[in-house]
Write a protein that binds this ligand. Structure first.
Ligand SMILES: Nc1nc2c(ncn2[C@@H]2O[C@H](COP(=O)(O)OP(=O)(O)OP(=O)(O)O)[C@@H](O)[C@H]2O)c(=O)[nH]1
Ligand SMILES: [Mg+2]
Length: 327
């Protein structure tokens, strides 16, 4: 039996998916439950919403009292994607988290100050990307959960900084990753070694302010860029962070599209964010399976199409497309 959910429901559901905190998510779930018409066709959905609500409530409880369920390192993913800031001790990972998000990590002059991961939300234009500050990846002891955290992340930002030689820092990091069968994804599209999991990665060359000589800085950047895309910044001096935000979002390889109802304007503050290469049909499925099932065609306003061009269900969405779904 079709659920026949009102359009308002999907609006709230979209906000739920984009919500940044557990309490926000909880509020939207409860709103969805209230809006949802109650009949036989919605029973499964109702049970599902109730289950998600109670899970979130449990999560809220476990943060306080004893008997917590989720270990502290298991950070709930929020926003359009998660980028882990990883690197040797004292390179400024926590400082970057503080500079790019509202999170307030511990920052100290001495190394090994970060002991557990901490997440923060980085705004880039109209989306939020989750950044994850992590303990240093040194030569010695590594927390047993660290490889799992690395695998769960959608992408990695490797944070290097002077005075150490950045290329040596990078090679040290790659060695640690390799010992867990992990590697930054090669930028030339070449395949990774068999059995090795890769993540899209970039290098952040932090504390660039400590290298006031532009020639020296350029020398390092050139060397690093042969390995991975590299961004020179100063977290402390607030330098180069704007382009870094864009690069961190682009690392996730997502496109932002906007839906509109016939004759109405699109809401450009609130994109649907889908993997690059996703089709109109996948967008419809993201909104609701019923809509995907009934989808006949779409009209697209975008850079690669003419105004309101009629496209089929397998049309691949491009960044910035405005889409009108026709059922
Ligand atoms: N000069 C300069 N110092 C910086 C910059 N970013 C961070 N620092 C300093 O470097 C030191 C270490 O910064 P953190 O952010 O704690 O470094 P971290 O990588 O999180 O360190 P661990 O958690 O120990 O691995 C602090 O004294 C920061 O103030 C920068 O861009 N320039
Ligand atoms: Mg730190």
């Amino acid at each position: 039996m079709p659920a026949n959910l009102p359009p308002q429901y999907f609006e709230v559901e979209k906000r739920y998916r984009e919500a940044r905190s557990a309490s926000e998510k909880l509020r939207y779930l409860e709103e969805m439950l209230a809006i949802m018409p109650k009949h036989k066709g919605t029973e499964k959905l109702k049970a599902d919403l109730r289950r998600r609500i109670s899970q979130l409530k449990d999560l809220g409880r476990s943060r306080h009292g004893p008997g917590r369920r989720a270990p502290a390192y298991l950070v709930e993913k929020e926003g359009v994607g998660q980028v882990a800031l990883i690197g040797p001790p004292n390179t400024g990972k926590s400082s970057l988290l503080a500079a790019l998000t509202k999170a307030q990590p511990l920052i100290t002059d001495y190394p090994y100050s970060t002991r557990t991961p901490l997440a923060g939300m980085m705004r880039f234009e109209n989306v939020q990307v989750q950044l994850l500050d992590t303990p240093p990846l040194g030569d010695d002891y590594l927390e047993p959960w660290f490889p799992d955290l690395l695998r769960r992340a959608d992408a990695w930002a490797l944070v290097l900084a002077p005075p150490a030689d950045p290329l040596e820092q990078l090679q040290g990091l790659e060695k640690i990753l390799a010992s867990y069968q992990l590697a930054p994804r090669p930028q030339d599209g070449s395949p990774a070694a068999p059995g090795v999991a890769t993540r899209p990665s970039l290098l952040i060359f932090n504390k660039a302010d400590l290298l006031p000589d532009p020639e020296e800085r350029e020398f390092y950047l050139e060397v690093l860029r042969e390995h991975l895309p590299t961004w020179a910044v100063s977290a402390r001096g607030n330098q180069g962070l704007q382009p870094l935000r864009a690069a961190l979002f682009q690392l996730l390889d997502l496109v932002r599209v906007y839906t509109r109802a016939p004759g109405k304007a699109a809401n450009f503050n609130s994109p649907f964010v889908v993997p690059a290469g996703a089709t109109v049909l996948e967008l419809a499925a993201r909104i609701h399976q019923d809509i995907a099932r009934k989808l006949k065609f779409a009209r697209v306003w975008g850079k690669e199409t003419f105004e309101g061009q009629r496209v089929q269900r397998d049309y691949r969405l491009r960044e910035g497309d405005v889409v009108e779904l026709h059922l």
